[in-house]
Design a protein around this ligand. Sequence first.
Ligand SMILES: Cc1cc2nc3c(=O)[nH]c(=O)nc-3n(C[C@H](O)[C@H](O)[C@H](O)COP(=O)(O)O)c2cc1C
Length: 387
Amino acid sequence: MQAIEIRPNIYWVGAIDWSMRSFHGYQTGRGTTYNAYLILDEKITLIDTVKEGFAPELLARIKSVIDPAKIDYIISSHVEPDHSGAIPFMMEHCPKAKVITSLPNGEKGLKAHYGDLPYQGVKAGNSLSIGQRTLQFVPTPMLHWPDSMVTYCPEEKILFSNDAFGEHLASSQRYDDEVDKSILFFECQKYYANILMLYGRQAQTALKALAGLDISLIATGHGIIWRSYIPEIMACYQKWSTNENEERTVIVFDSMWHSTEKMARAIAEGFAQKNIPVSFYDLKENHLSDIVTDILTAKYLAVGSPTINNQMLPTIAGFLCYLKGLAPKDKKALAFGSYGWGGQSIGQIEEELKNMGCEIILDKIRLLNVPTEEQLQAITTQIASSL
Ligand SMILES: Cc1cc2nc3c(=O)[nH]c(=O)nc-3n(C[C@H](O)[C@H](O)[C@H](O)COP(=O)(O)O)c2cc1C
Protein backbone atom coordinates (compact mmCIF):
# COMPACT_ATOMS: atom_id res chain seq x y z
CA MET A 1 0.00 0.00 0.00
CA GLN A 2 1.67 3.16 -1.22
CA ALA A 3 0.92 6.82 -0.52
CA ILE A 4 0.06 8.80 -3.65
CA GLU A 5 1.71 12.22 -3.93
CA ILE A 6 -0.86 14.81 -5.00
CA ARG A 7 1.46 17.82 -4.53
CA PRO A 8 5.11 17.92 -3.42
CA ASN A 9 5.06 16.61 0.16
CA ILE A 10 1.28 16.16 0.22
CA TYR A 11 -0.03 12.61 -0.09
CA TRP A 12 -3.32 10.77 -0.39
CA VAL A 13 -3.13 8.04 2.24
CA GLY A 14 -6.75 6.85 2.29
CA ALA A 15 -8.40 3.48 1.80
CA ILE A 16 -10.50 2.02 -1.01
CA ASP A 17 -13.64 0.13 0.03
CA TRP A 18 -14.34 -1.74 -3.20
CA SER A 19 -17.09 -3.93 -1.76
CA MET A 20 -19.17 -1.43 0.22
CA ARG A 21 -22.75 -1.68 -1.06
CA SER A 22 -24.86 -0.07 1.69
CA PHE A 23 -24.04 3.08 3.58
CA HIS A 24 -26.67 3.39 6.33
CA GLY A 25 -29.23 2.21 3.78
CA TYR A 26 -27.92 4.32 0.87
CA GLN A 27 -27.05 1.83 -1.87
CA THR A 28 -23.45 2.40 -2.90
CA GLY A 29 -23.29 0.30 -6.04
CA ARG A 30 -19.79 1.42 -6.95
CA GLY A 31 -18.18 1.14 -3.51
CA THR A 32 -16.44 4.08 -1.90
CA THR A 33 -13.16 5.45 -0.60
CA TYR A 34 -12.23 6.99 2.74
CA ASN A 35 -9.77 9.74 1.89
CA ALA A 36 -7.05 10.89 4.25
CA TYR A 37 -4.20 13.26 3.42
CA LEU A 38 -0.72 13.56 4.86
CA ILE A 39 1.17 16.87 4.73
CA LEU A 40 4.90 16.80 5.37
CA ASP A 41 5.98 20.18 6.70
CA GLU A 42 7.72 21.35 9.88
CA LYS A 43 4.67 19.96 11.64
CA ILE A 44 3.46 16.74 10.07
CA THR A 45 -0.28 16.70 9.66
CA LEU A 46 -2.79 14.01 8.82
CA ILE A 47 -6.15 15.28 7.57
CA ASP A 48 -8.83 12.77 8.55
CA THR A 49 -8.52 9.03 8.99
CA VAL A 50 -10.60 6.15 7.59
CA LYS A 51 -13.31 3.72 8.66
CA GLU A 52 -12.15 1.50 11.53
CA GLY A 53 -11.48 -1.72 9.62
CA PHE A 54 -9.33 0.13 7.09
CA ALA A 55 -6.86 1.52 9.65
CA PRO A 56 -4.05 -0.91 8.62
CA GLU A 57 -4.36 0.34 5.01
CA LEU A 58 -4.07 3.96 6.19
CA LEU A 59 -1.08 3.10 8.36
CA ALA A 60 0.68 1.22 5.57
CA ARG A 61 0.27 4.13 3.16
CA ILE A 62 1.60 6.57 5.79
CA LYS A 63 4.54 4.25 6.54
CA SER A 64 5.45 4.26 2.85
CA VAL A 65 6.55 7.90 3.33
CA ILE A 66 7.25 8.56 7.02
CA ASP A 67 7.34 7.04 10.46
CA PRO A 68 3.79 7.66 11.81
CA ALA A 69 5.26 8.51 15.23
CA LYS A 70 6.38 11.81 13.67
CA ILE A 71 2.80 13.00 13.08
CA ASP A 72 2.08 16.19 15.07
CA TYR A 73 -1.57 16.80 14.17
CA ILE A 74 -4.53 14.70 13.16
CA ILE A 75 -7.30 16.92 11.85
CA SER A 76 -10.77 15.50 12.30
CA SER A 77 -13.06 17.30 9.84
CA HIS A 78 -16.10 15.27 10.82
CA VAL A 79 -16.93 12.95 13.72
CA GLU A 80 -18.77 10.31 11.66
CA PRO A 81 -16.89 7.00 12.00
CA ASP A 82 -16.15 6.61 8.27
CA HIS A 83 -13.65 9.47 8.76
CA SER A 84 -12.81 9.30 12.46
CA GLY A 85 -13.02 5.54 13.10
CA ALA A 86 -9.26 5.01 12.86
CA ILE A 87 -8.34 7.89 15.22
CA PRO A 88 -7.89 5.64 18.31
CA PHE A 89 -5.74 3.22 16.25
CA MET A 90 -3.68 6.07 14.85
CA MET A 91 -3.18 7.60 18.31
CA GLU A 92 -1.44 4.38 19.33
CA HIS A 93 1.03 4.94 16.48
CA CYS A 94 1.28 8.74 16.80
CA PRO A 95 2.08 9.30 20.49
CA LYS A 96 2.70 13.02 20.18
CA ALA A 97 -0.24 13.88 17.91
CA LYS A 98 -2.92 16.37 18.87
CA VAL A 99 -6.41 15.89 17.44
CA ILE A 100 -7.69 19.10 15.86
CA THR A 101 -11.46 19.29 15.86
CA SER A 102 -14.21 21.91 15.63
CA LEU A 103 -15.60 23.55 18.75
CA PRO A 104 -17.89 22.75 20.37
CA ASN A 105 -19.47 19.91 18.40
CA GLY A 106 -16.40 18.15 17.03
CA GLU A 107 -14.79 17.82 20.44
CA LYS A 108 -18.09 16.76 22.03
CA GLY A 109 -18.69 14.15 19.34
CA LEU A 110 -15.17 12.71 19.36
CA LYS A 111 -15.24 12.44 23.17
CA ALA A 112 -18.55 10.59 22.97
CA HIS A 113 -17.07 8.13 20.47
CA TYR A 114 -13.47 7.76 21.64
CA GLY A 115 -13.18 9.26 25.13
CA ASP A 116 -10.45 11.63 26.21
CA LEU A 117 -7.73 12.25 23.68
CA PRO A 118 -5.41 15.28 23.37
CA TYR A 119 -7.95 17.45 21.56
CA GLN A 120 -7.25 20.96 20.29
CA GLY A 121 -10.47 22.77 19.39
CA VAL A 122 -10.75 25.25 16.52
CA LYS A 123 -13.40 27.73 15.50
CA ALA A 124 -14.28 29.78 12.42
CA GLY A 125 -11.37 32.03 11.45
CA ASN A 126 -8.75 29.97 13.33
CA SER A 127 -5.71 28.84 11.43
CA LEU A 128 -2.70 26.69 12.17
CA SER A 129 0.80 27.29 10.87
CA ILE A 130 2.51 23.98 10.13
CA GLY A 131 5.71 25.51 8.72
CA GLN A 132 5.66 26.67 5.13
CA ARG A 133 1.95 26.10 4.99
CA THR A 134 -1.08 27.39 6.84
CA LEU A 135 -4.28 25.49 7.46
CA GLN A 136 -7.42 27.61 7.75
CA PHE A 137 -10.54 26.10 9.28
CA VAL A 138 -13.98 26.85 7.88
CA PRO A 139 -16.95 25.40 9.77
CA THR A 140 -19.63 23.91 7.52
CA PRO A 141 -22.27 23.03 10.13
CA MET A 142 -24.87 20.50 8.97
CA LEU A 143 -22.88 19.59 5.89
CA HIS A 144 -23.78 17.16 7.09
CA TRP A 145 -23.33 16.99 10.89
CA PRO A 146 -23.13 19.90 13.36
CA ASP A 147 -19.36 19.43 13.72
CA SER A 148 -18.45 19.35 10.03
CA MET A 149 -15.65 21.64 8.87
CA VAL A 150 -13.37 22.01 5.86
CA THR A 151 -9.70 23.01 5.82
CA TYR A 152 -8.13 25.37 3.30
CA CYS A 153 -4.42 25.61 2.60
CA PRO A 154 -3.80 28.97 0.84
CA GLU A 155 -0.15 28.26 -0.10
CA GLU A 156 -1.26 25.15 -2.02
CA LYS A 157 -4.76 26.39 -2.99
CA ILE A 158 -6.14 23.08 -1.73
CA LEU A 159 -9.53 22.74 -0.09
CA PHE A 160 -9.77 19.62 2.06
CA SER A 161 -13.53 19.39 1.83
CA ASN A 162 -14.38 16.17 3.67
CA ASP A 163 -17.96 15.16 2.76
CA ALA A 164 -18.71 18.26 0.68
CA PHE A 165 -18.25 17.70 -3.09
CA GLY A 166 -17.57 13.99 -2.52
CA GLU A 167 -19.22 10.85 -3.83
CA HIS A 168 -19.23 7.13 -3.20
CA LEU A 169 -17.04 5.79 -5.96
CA ALA A 170 -14.30 3.22 -5.43
CA SER A 171 -11.58 3.75 -7.99
CA SER A 172 -7.92 3.01 -8.52
CA GLN A 173 -7.75 6.51 -10.05
CA ARG A 174 -7.52 9.54 -7.79
CA TYR A 175 -8.59 12.45 -10.01
CA ASP A 176 -11.85 13.65 -11.56
CA ASP A 177 -10.44 13.62 -15.14
CA GLU A 178 -9.35 9.98 -14.82
CA VAL A 179 -12.80 8.46 -14.34
CA ASP A 180 -15.96 8.38 -16.46
CA LYS A 181 -17.39 11.90 -16.17
CA SER A 182 -21.08 11.00 -16.37
CA ILE A 183 -20.70 8.26 -13.73
CA LEU A 184 -18.78 10.71 -11.53
CA PHE A 185 -21.44 13.44 -11.71
CA PHE A 186 -24.24 10.89 -11.26
CA GLU A 187 -22.59 9.63 -8.07
CA CYS A 188 -22.11 13.22 -6.87
CA GLN A 189 -25.79 13.94 -7.44
CA LYS A 190 -26.65 10.71 -5.64
CA TYR A 191 -24.47 11.73 -2.70
CA TYR A 192 -25.97 15.22 -2.55
CA ALA A 193 -29.54 13.90 -2.86
CA ASN A 194 -29.20 11.25 -0.15
CA ILE A 195 -26.99 13.10 2.32
CA LEU A 196 -27.33 16.83 1.72
CA MET A 197 -30.70 17.50 0.06
CA LEU A 198 -32.23 18.67 3.33
CA TYR A 199 -29.35 21.06 4.01
CA GLY A 200 -29.63 23.32 0.96
CA ARG A 201 -29.58 26.50 3.06
CA GLN A 202 -26.42 25.37 4.86
CA ALA A 203 -24.85 24.41 1.52
CA GLN A 204 -25.57 27.93 0.28
CA THR A 205 -23.86 29.39 3.37
CA ALA A 206 -20.84 27.15 2.78
CA LEU A 207 -20.64 28.06 -0.90
CA LYS A 208 -20.62 31.74 0.06
CA ALA A 209 -17.87 31.13 2.64
CA LEU A 210 -15.78 29.31 0.03
CA ALA A 211 -16.51 31.74 -2.82
CA GLY A 212 -13.56 34.01 -2.04
CA LEU A 213 -11.00 31.20 -1.92
CA ASP A 214 -8.61 30.49 -4.76
CA ILE A 215 -9.00 26.72 -5.15
CA SER A 216 -7.04 24.58 -7.58
CA LEU A 217 -7.65 21.22 -5.91
CA ILE A 218 -10.59 19.93 -3.88
CA ALA A 219 -9.39 16.99 -1.82
CA THR A 220 -12.64 15.30 -0.81
CA GLY A 221 -13.38 12.81 1.95
CA HIS A 222 -14.92 10.26 -0.46
CA GLY A 223 -14.19 9.39 -4.06
CA ILE A 224 -12.00 11.39 -6.40
CA ILE A 225 -10.00 14.61 -6.03
CA TRP A 226 -11.25 17.52 -8.14
CA ARG A 227 -8.70 19.28 -10.30
CA SER A 228 -10.27 19.62 -13.78
CA TYR A 229 -14.00 20.07 -13.07
CA ILE A 230 -14.00 22.39 -10.05
CA PRO A 231 -16.30 25.02 -11.64
CA GLU A 232 -18.69 22.25 -12.78
CA ILE A 233 -19.04 20.64 -9.36
CA MET A 234 -19.42 24.08 -7.73
CA ALA A 235 -22.16 24.88 -10.27
CA CYS A 236 -23.90 21.59 -9.47
CA TYR A 237 -23.86 22.41 -5.74
CA GLN A 238 -25.24 25.85 -6.56
CA LYS A 239 -28.05 24.31 -8.61
CA TRP A 240 -28.88 21.54 -6.16
CA SER A 241 -28.82 23.78 -3.11
CA THR A 242 -31.10 26.38 -4.71
CA ASN A 243 -33.61 23.72 -5.80
CA GLU A 244 -33.43 24.45 -9.52
CA ASN A 245 -35.80 21.88 -10.94
CA GLU A 246 -35.86 20.55 -14.49
CA GLU A 247 -39.01 20.01 -16.56
CA ARG A 248 -39.08 16.27 -15.75
CA THR A 249 -41.32 13.94 -13.87
CA VAL A 250 -40.62 11.02 -11.56
CA ILE A 251 -43.31 8.38 -11.13
CA VAL A 252 -42.94 6.09 -8.12
CA PHE A 253 -45.36 3.28 -7.33
CA ASP A 254 -45.85 -0.23 -6.07
CA SER A 255 -48.63 -2.58 -7.08
CA MET A 256 -49.85 -6.01 -5.96
CA TRP A 257 -51.86 -7.03 -9.04
CA HIS A 258 -50.79 -4.43 -11.66
CA SER A 259 -53.79 -2.08 -11.53
CA THR A 260 -51.83 0.76 -9.95
CA GLU A 261 -49.01 -0.07 -12.36
CA LYS A 262 -51.38 0.40 -15.31
CA MET A 263 -52.36 3.77 -13.87
CA ALA A 264 -48.68 4.68 -13.58
CA ARG A 265 -48.21 3.88 -17.28
CA ALA A 266 -51.22 6.02 -18.19
CA ILE A 267 -49.78 8.91 -16.15
CA ALA A 268 -46.39 8.44 -17.86
CA GLU A 269 -48.12 8.63 -21.24
CA GLY A 270 -49.80 11.91 -20.23
CA PHE A 271 -46.44 13.52 -19.39
CA ALA A 272 -44.85 12.05 -22.53
CA GLN A 273 -47.62 13.56 -24.69
CA LYS A 274 -46.55 16.95 -23.31
CA ASN A 275 -42.94 16.10 -24.12
CA ILE A 276 -42.00 16.07 -20.44
CA PRO A 277 -39.40 13.35 -19.79
CA VAL A 278 -40.48 10.60 -17.40
CA SER A 279 -38.55 8.40 -14.97
CA PHE A 280 -40.57 5.36 -13.95
CA TYR A 281 -39.83 3.51 -10.71
CA ASP A 282 -41.56 0.37 -9.52
CA LEU A 283 -40.46 0.20 -5.87
CA LYS A 284 -40.12 -3.57 -6.11
CA GLU A 285 -37.32 -3.14 -8.62
CA ASN A 286 -35.63 0.11 -7.62
CA HIS A 287 -33.75 1.39 -4.61
CA LEU A 288 -34.86 4.47 -2.67
CA SER A 289 -31.43 6.07 -2.93
CA ASP A 290 -31.55 5.97 -6.76
CA ILE A 291 -35.09 7.32 -6.85
CA VAL A 292 -34.36 10.34 -4.65
CA THR A 293 -31.30 11.08 -6.81
CA ASP A 294 -33.69 11.57 -9.71
CA ILE A 295 -36.26 13.48 -7.63
CA LEU A 296 -33.62 16.04 -6.54
CA THR A 297 -33.88 17.93 -9.84
CA ALA A 298 -37.33 16.89 -11.13
CA LYS A 299 -40.22 19.35 -11.13
CA TYR A 300 -43.02 16.75 -11.00
CA LEU A 301 -43.58 13.78 -8.73
CA ALA A 302 -46.39 11.21 -8.97
CA VAL A 303 -46.72 8.60 -6.22
CA GLY A 304 -49.07 5.61 -6.37
CA SER A 305 -50.13 2.73 -4.17
CA PRO A 306 -53.12 0.39 -3.96
CA THR A 307 -54.87 0.15 -0.62
CA ILE A 308 -53.95 -2.75 1.60
CA ASN A 309 -55.62 -3.19 4.98
CA ASN A 310 -56.76 0.44 4.93
CA GLN A 311 -53.17 1.66 4.29
CA MET A 312 -50.75 2.37 1.50
CA LEU A 313 -48.22 -0.40 0.80
CA PRO A 314 -45.35 -0.39 3.32
CA THR A 315 -42.84 0.10 0.49
CA ILE A 316 -44.53 3.38 -0.42
CA ALA A 317 -44.80 4.40 3.25
CA GLY A 318 -41.04 3.77 3.61
CA PHE A 319 -40.29 5.72 0.46
CA LEU A 320 -42.40 8.69 1.62
CA CYS A 321 -40.77 8.59 5.06
CA TYR A 322 -37.29 8.68 3.48
CA LEU A 323 -38.24 11.44 1.04
CA LYS A 324 -39.92 13.55 3.74
CA GLY A 325 -36.70 13.46 5.75
CA LEU A 326 -34.78 14.79 2.77
CA ALA A 327 -37.26 17.68 2.48
CA PRO A 328 -37.46 18.04 -1.31
CA LYS A 329 -38.29 21.56 -2.47
CA ASP A 330 -40.67 23.08 -5.02
CA LYS A 331 -42.20 19.85 -6.30
CA LYS A 332 -45.53 19.62 -8.10
CA ALA A 333 -47.10 16.34 -7.09
CA LEU A 334 -50.05 14.01 -7.38
CA ALA A 335 -51.21 10.77 -5.74
CA PHE A 336 -52.82 7.81 -7.46
CA GLY A 337 -53.80 4.20 -6.91
CA SER A 338 -56.29 1.38 -7.32
CA TYR A 339 -58.45 0.06 -4.51
CA GLY A 340 -61.09 -2.56 -3.70
CA TRP A 341 -63.46 -0.86 -1.25
CA GLY A 342 -62.29 1.93 1.11
CA GLY A 343 -59.35 3.19 -0.99
CA GLN A 344 -57.65 5.16 1.80
CA SER A 345 -54.10 4.85 0.45
CA ILE A 346 -54.42 7.57 -2.16
CA GLY A 347 -55.56 10.21 0.31
CA GLN A 348 -52.82 9.15 2.73
CA ILE A 349 -50.17 9.60 0.03
CA GLU A 350 -51.57 13.01 -0.91
CA GLU A 351 -51.46 14.05 2.74
CA GLU A 352 -47.82 12.99 3.05
CA LEU A 353 -46.93 14.87 -0.14
CA LYS A 354 -48.60 17.99 1.26
CA ASN A 355 -46.80 17.51 4.59
CA MET A 356 -43.47 17.60 2.82
CA GLY A 357 -44.40 20.86 1.11
CA CYS A 358 -45.35 19.61 -2.35
CA GLU A 359 -47.92 21.53 -4.36
CA ILE A 360 -50.72 19.12 -5.33
CA ILE A 361 -51.45 19.75 -9.01
CA LEU A 362 -54.24 17.20 -9.51
CA ASP A 363 -56.77 15.82 -7.09
CA LYS A 364 -56.24 12.17 -6.05
CA ILE A 365 -56.52 9.78 -9.00
CA ARG A 366 -58.39 6.75 -7.62
CA LEU A 367 -59.80 3.81 -9.55
CA LEU A 368 -61.90 0.95 -8.21
CA ASN A 369 -60.41 -2.46 -8.99
CA VAL A 370 -58.94 -3.14 -12.45
CA PRO A 371 -58.87 -0.04 -14.68
CA THR A 372 -60.57 -0.25 -18.08
CA GLU A 373 -58.89 1.03 -21.25
CA GLU A 374 -61.28 3.99 -21.23
CA GLN A 375 -60.38 4.88 -17.65
CA LEU A 376 -56.68 4.70 -18.45
CA GLN A 377 -57.15 6.86 -21.54
CA ALA A 378 -59.06 9.35 -19.37
CA ILE A 379 -56.10 9.51 -16.92
CA THR A 380 -53.69 10.20 -19.78
CA THR A 381 -55.93 12.95 -21.11
CA GLN A 382 -56.42 14.43 -17.63
CA ILE A 383 -52.65 14.56 -17.04
CA ALA A 384 -51.83 15.98 -20.48
CA SER A 385 -54.50 18.64 -20.26
CA SER A 386 -53.47 19.73 -16.77
CA LEU A 387 -49.86 20.50 -17.74
C1 LIG B 1 -54.33 -8.32 1.28
C2 LIG B 1 -55.18 -7.28 0.63
C3 LIG B 1 -55.73 -6.30 1.41
C4 LIG B 1 -56.54 -5.31 0.83
N1 LIG B 1 -57.05 -4.35 1.62
C5 LIG B 1 -57.81 -3.38 1.06
C6 LIG B 1 -58.34 -2.33 1.87
O1 LIG B 1 -58.16 -2.29 3.07
N2 LIG B 1 -59.07 -1.37 1.26
C7 LIG B 1 -59.27 -1.37 -0.09
O2 LIG B 1 -59.89 -0.46 -0.61
N3 LIG B 1 -58.79 -2.36 -0.89
C8 LIG B 1 -58.06 -3.35 -0.34
N4 LIG B 1 -57.55 -4.34 -1.12
C9 LIG B 1 -57.89 -4.38 -2.53
C10 LIG B 1 -56.83 -3.79 -3.44
O3 LIG B 1 -56.58 -2.45 -3.07
C11 LIG B 1 -57.31 -3.85 -4.88
O4 LIG B 1 -57.36 -5.22 -5.26
C12 LIG B 1 -56.49 -3.08 -5.85
O5 LIG B 1 -57.13 -3.05 -7.10
C13 LIG B 1 -55.11 -3.66 -6.00
O6 LIG B 1 -54.34 -2.83 -6.82
P1 LIG B 1 -52.99 -3.36 -7.47
O7 LIG B 1 -53.35 -4.27 -8.61
O8 LIG B 1 -52.28 -2.13 -7.94
O9 LIG B 1 -52.24 -4.07 -6.43
C14 LIG B 1 -56.76 -5.33 -0.56
C15 LIG B 1 -56.18 -6.32 -1.33
C16 LIG B 1 -55.38 -7.27 -0.76
C17 LIG B 1 -54.75 -8.34 -1.63
